[in-house]
Design a protein. Structure first.
Length: 255
């Protein structure tokens, strides 16, 4: 049989398997094989969407996630590696994608921590980029970089230094104030009073790792005063909540 005739028979459904008897190298692919098919109409019941969800890895993280779901203002205190910033940004993205808020506002102080950026090239935005990089990293882990750039250009995600927040009212927004231990008492008071209607604010930081002088950092005193209010949640994470490399918890125990 010619190749053209064989192709026609395969296409039209007529196929005589007997002509290949005795040839063990030839096998016919079963056309009625059950299972997954790349054709769309064969996969109507298959969920092809992928949503990256977060799960608490420690009791402290579980408490923090529950507090963000229940309260409009949450202060998360704890050592490095406990997932404070990541959980806050993950919940912010979750709220934005679910339509609970109209935008995400991320802010952190630009404190030099002993290094000078005055001689770095570029304008003020370029000089501040290294300080805001951790926020971009957390966003890109929850969303694709293409999606992040799109939301940034649309204004649905805004990343700004603390100094750019004065005088604003943040309505219908999920606000994350990161590295708040580098804010003074008056800066935190200004930031906390930016909270508007239908908004959630999460303040994260580690009072033990402030780049300011101990008497200048306002996170500790602010958390102690807010802890007396029932409609505000102050979550204190501990060394046992660290989810980075185990050496991080060991080092923080002796440093």
């Amino acid at each position: 049989m010619s190749k053209r005739a064989m192709k026609r028979q395969l296409r039209e459904g007529a196929f005589d398997a007997g002509q290949f008897e005795g040839d063990d190298k030839i096998r016919r692919l079963p056309l009625d094989r059950a299972g997954w098919s790349p054709l769309a109409h064969h996969n109507e019941d298959r969920e092809q969407g992928y949503l990256k969800t977060i799960k608490a890895k420690s009791p402290g993280q579980e408490k923090l996630i529950a507090a963000i779901d229940e309260k409009n203002l949450v202060v998360a205190l704890g050592p490095a590696g406990t997932g404070k910033t990541y959980i806050a940004i993950a919940k912010a993205v979750e709220s934005l994608e679910a339509g609970k808020v109209g935008r995400i506002v991320l802010s952190r102080p630009a404190v030099e921590a002993g290094e000078s950026i005055g001689f770095l090239p570029g304008d003020a935005e370029d000089k501040l980029a290294p300080y805001l990089r951790p926020l971009y990293d957390a966003l890109s882990d929850r969303l694709s970089m293409k999606r992040v750039r799109s939301l940034l250009s649309e204004g649905a995600i805004e990343i700004a230094p603390i100094g750019f927040m004065r005088g604003r009212t943040l309505n219908n927004a999920f606000v994350v104030i990161d590295e708040a231990q580098n804010c003074t008492y008056m800066q935190l008071k200004m930031l906390l009073t930016r909270l508007g209607w239908h908004s959630t604010m999460v303040v994260t930081g580690d009072p033990q790792q402030s780049d300011l002088l101990p008497e200048l950092s306002g996170l500790g005193p602010v958390a102690e005063r807010l802890e007396t209010l029932s409609n505000i949640s102050v979550v204190r994470l501990a060394d046992k909540d660290i989810v980075r490399h185990p050496l991080v918890a060991d080092m923080l125990g002796v440093l």
